[in-house]
Design a protein around this ligand. Sequence first.
Ligand SMILES: NC(=O)c1ccc[n+]([C@@H]2O[C@H](COP(=O)([O-])OP(=O)(O)OC[C@H]3O[C@@H](n4cnc5c(N)ncnc54)[C@H](O)[C@@H]3O)[C@@H](O)[C@H]2O)c1
Ligand SMILES: [Zn+2]
Length: 690
Amino acid sequence: MQVGLFSEHHPEVPVEVVAQADQLRAKIRQYDHEYYVLDAPSVPDSEYDRVFRALKALEEAHPALIVPDSPTQRVGGAPMATLMPVRHHLPMLSIETETDISEQGAYNFDARVRKKLGLLAEDGDIEYAAELKFDGLALSLRYERGSLVQAATRGDGEVGEDVTHNIRTIRQIPLQLHAGAPDVLEVRGEVYMSRPDFERYNARQREQGKPTLVNPRNGAAGSIRQLDPRLAAQRPLSFFAYGLGQTSGWQVPATHEQVLDALQVFGFPVCRERTVGLGAASLASFHQAIAAKRDQLTYDIDGVVYKVNRLELQRELGFRSREPNWAVAHKFPAQEELTILDNIEVQVGRTGAITPVARLQPVFVGGVTVTNATLHNQDEIDRKDVRIGDTVIVRRAGDVIPEVVSVVMERRPVDTQPYVLLEAIRHQCPVCGSHAVRLPEEAAVRCTGGLFCAAQRKQAILHFASRRAMDIEGLGEKLVDQLVDGQWVKTLADIYHLDLTTLSGLERMAEKSAQNLLDALQASKQTTFNRFIYALGIRNVGEATAKDLARHFGKLEALQAADIEVLQQVADVGPVVARSIAEFFAETHNREIIARLVQAGVQWEEAEGRQASTGLLEGKTFVLTGTLPTMSRDEAKERIEAAGGKVSGSVSKKTSYVVAGSDAGSKLGKAEELGLSILDEAGLLGLLAG
Ligand SMILES: NC(=O)c1ccc[n+]([C@@H]2O[C@H](COP(=O)([O-])OP(=O)(O)OC[C@H]3O[C@@H](n4cnc5c(N)ncnc54)[C@H](O)[C@@H]3O)[C@@H](O)[C@H]2O)c1
Ligand SMILES: [Zn+2]
């Protein structure tokens, strides 16, 4: 060993090692504060764990370094000053992490437990309970005589925060226990946000231009530690019970497995993914089985937890400063990792949305190597201030596409520039060169190329051919892929110029089906004006609007010539819809394609759109929900519209009638809430009959 300078306080440890430990502790203290107090971590857990392990390794090599307030000796962070402190009757500990994520990890844990208990090979295998390690926030729920009296976070393990006001908004947590509950029962478990709830919440926030949650764990922790329970109530949270705190007036079962069974009987959600087995092999196989299933679970887990099953043995094993000796967390590959963002490129989607995509230095995250991640849209880039050259946190969980969740600002290189998508593409669609725009009320940048844009062509053709548009039977997804990829169809109008030789030369296309398709194409040319408008796939123009437009304008020339003002004279056409219609017809490519469609023989009776209705239901708006006994939903809709009524998708005060069949959903509930008239099929037929 090099004999050099030694520290004053640790005479046996070289100063540079002391300095290194101090540096690591300062980092950990900063990360802990961001994570536990601010609920805003700046680095992913994987990075935190690396720093933590480095400190642990230093302390193991130089035990004199260990001080009682080292992060390796304590749990969590200080409670938030704004919430009331709660002293735990029994401390809430952490769990030791097994560093070897291979199956060897299970064997290491078993070996440590056996050694501590002084067991020999002939003493037989230990019984273990294995369960999931949920990635949320630990809670202690206290029930007295069956009623929830207090909910507390872990805090530093001794003193947590009172979050009862927020916990009461979580439906999965019983306020009252089923009969037979003990005098005092403290239940420990994890509050979490499911992935679908997280995705839905973020999608809605993104749509409204509001801040998104970084990950489900943060979403859960952030809402539980709010002061205002209304904020917590807006975020959908769930709960899993996994253990006990203090109890009294109860014969506590003999094993962990039986404790969980009992909690389930009392009314707590307990995760089904758990098992009990003998020895390390059973643990290793659980680890493997869950790893294979991880992506299909609807919530985040960061590993599995092994616990000695018999509580008597747990007591014998006891605990150290921050973790029990009878449990271990056996992790999986991290779902969030650090990497460098090399470039931002764009992709044009099937609806013309131009989305920014991050090109990343390859990084192993969520079990796969990731090189691309979505950045969603300009608003998200602005909010996260993502720049080329940044070190970013990438998240890949479940089957959701990888996403850049945040930037590690500390590591931003000098000379970076904010990224502006429209400027980067010079206001042009990179696929077709059409003008790219961003509507003020929209997050997305869009290509205005419409039917001309190859990226949008396949989708446009499928929509054009669909049953309620031009109704071209046999023109399905596989065929459209071949036609567009093979350059047979460059614009929509080309489909009417396909011939038998070309079609029967395609993969899996017999002459008979080729001829059938040609017949279907021919038949589709005779259509109605409203179907044709709908078939063009103009943004924001659905079937109902297409009908209104057909009825109002009667002629294609009139519709094409209408400006935004004139368009808004049509019932139900607001400024947004009017603008997308005007923009569509303003694009030269689109006008050309329409002209070619007409040239190819597409025609309709000009008057059809104005067909006289019986007028019986004029001015009435209907909402359909559930399955009607004899009529299909389309049929009901057609008959209502034929009688002059309107069919809308959502219930509001303006709804005249809600027609409800079996398995009616939330719309029926809403209708009842608003006190609207609710009809069954017979009632609707009655109205139609006058
Ligand atoms: N990114 C950051 O800046 C940052 C900062 C601090 C901590 N962290 C992360 O926090 C974690 C360390 O903190 P920790 O001490 O809470 O350890 P931990 O989260 O790894 O393990 C203990 C916790 O596991 C939870 N748990 C989940 N399922 C469980 C089950 N079935 N049985 C028992 N407990 C279960 C409990 O909430 C318990 O408190 C690490 O993952 C670390 O990366 C990250
Ligand atoms: Zn384009």
